[in-house]
Design a protein around this ligand. Structure first.
Ligand SMILES: C[S@@+](CC[C@H](N)C(=O)[O-])C[C@H]1O[C@@H](n2cnc3c(N)ncnc32)[C@H](O)[C@@H]1O
Length: 355
């Protein structure tokens, strides 16, 4: 046997992922998008079309954030929400190899991939410390770092988390009803729905997402459970929402079901990840973590988050811990929203620590 044939035999043949039609439809078929380093041309095509490639996250308002933070070489910064690291990378580039950044994320699956990607791009531990830690521990990290010149928090979930059906964040694809940012900790949304009583569930849907059909949905979910039908997949929850809203007139049903699904999944996500509690703690600790003159920018994606951030910044300004805060929210440009639909609900607020 020739050397060439031997090599061919030694390497097991890998079949291309098969899918019907010209383009892959489901997450697992999108093997090119899931390997952005190898298939750059596919990634560029998907982004040009205004979509986010599977397994990637397009960072929002990067220019506005960088303009505001005024990062200088030698400074120390903190990215509270590492995600795919588009923001971290942009901030690291401003340091020009001098200074240090700290970053946290609670997602062990995505942050391991991000850490490797950053190290491969030359951002190793000499310039960047990544911690699998909740951002509400900002005080501990600030103590270790000696305070921060700049801080960014880009709240919520990344596209990688939303798009992966195994994580259960989206009502559009079937998967386990999990919704945890860290699936190794706490309880899943399915477990939560198996335990919660009707009044508490209605209250949670209303408080976390202003869901107008909170009571009807809570009753329907608890009734299903009593009949021995657990709500343990994203599809099951969507079906219960559809059945509950089946009384609506045909012309408004489709849109209302979609919005109710979005609000219900968001409310559950906020609940299982204690999002309001940790954000409150983070905002309380933020002034103490910033150096005098230090700058912080926060991106929020729904009114509950924005209200909390606005209140904390206003309070800090009144008390004199911030010398300046955003009077109004800063929104992404129309051009950015057209290119990245996920930017549409973004609101940015900022503050400068008093000297
Ligand atoms: C919108 S994404 C961040 C995207 C990132 N800025 C980028 O450019 O790729 C939000 C990230 O924050 C993480 N996250 C959410 N809440 C967190 C918390 N309390 N502590 C640490 N990380 C958190 C999520 O797991 C997710 O990866």
């Amino acid at each position: 046997m020739s050397q060439e044939n031997q090599n061919i035999q030694e390497e097991p043949h890998k079949r291309r992922v098969r899918y019907k039609g010209k383009y892959p439809r489901n997450y697992k078929e999108k093997y090119k998008e899931l390997n952005p380093e190898k298939y750059q041309d596919t990634i560029e095509k998907v982004i040009r079309k205004g979509s986010t490639p599977a397994g990637m996250h397009i960072s929002i308002m990067v220019r506005e954030i960088i303009d505001f933070l005024q990062i200088k070489p030698g400074q120390t910064g903190f990215d509270a929400t590492l995600g795919y690291s588009g923001h971290t990378k942009a901030m690291l580039e401003c340091l020009k190899g001098q200074g240090h950044m700290y970053a946290t994320d609670v997602d062990p699956i995505e942050s391991a991939k991000t850490k490797k990607r950053l190290a491969d791009a030359g951002f190793g531990e000499d310039i960047l410390t990544i911690r699998l830690q909740n951002f509400c521990t900002i005080d501990e990290i600030a103590k270790e770092a000696g305070g921060f010149d700049f801080v960014l928090a880009d709240l919520g979930v990344s596209s990688m988390q939303i798009d992966n059906p195994d994580r259960g964040f989206s009502f559009k694809v079937d998967g386990p009803l999990d919704l945890r940012l860290n699936p190794e900790k706490g309880i899943s949304a399915a477990e939560r729905l198996a335990q919660i009583d009707e009044d508490e569930l209605a209250g949670m849907l209303w408080e976390n997402s202003d869901e107008p059909y909170a009571e009807e949905l809570a009753r329907a979910i608890v009734t299903e459970r009593k009949h021995g039908k657990p709500i343990d997949t994203t599809t099951r929850l969507r079906e219960v929402i559809e059945e509950t809203l089946s009384f609506l007139p045909e012309k408004e049903k489709k849109d209302t079901v979609k919005k109710t699904c979005q609000r219900t999944f968001q409310a559950l996500r906020i609940d299982v990840n204690n999002e309001f509690e940790v954000l409150y703690e983070f905002m309380e600790k933020l002034p103490g973590a910033l150096k005098p003159g230090g700058r912080a920018a926060i991106l929020t994606f729904h009114s509950g988050e924005d209200k909390l951030v606005k209140k904390a910044l206003k309070q800090g300004y009144k008390e004199g811990v911030y010398s300046e805060i955003a009077n109004d929210v800063v929104r992404p440009s129309a051009e950015e929203c057209a290119q990245n639909g996920r930017a549409r609900s973004t609101k940015m607020r900022w503050a400068v620590r008093a000297e």
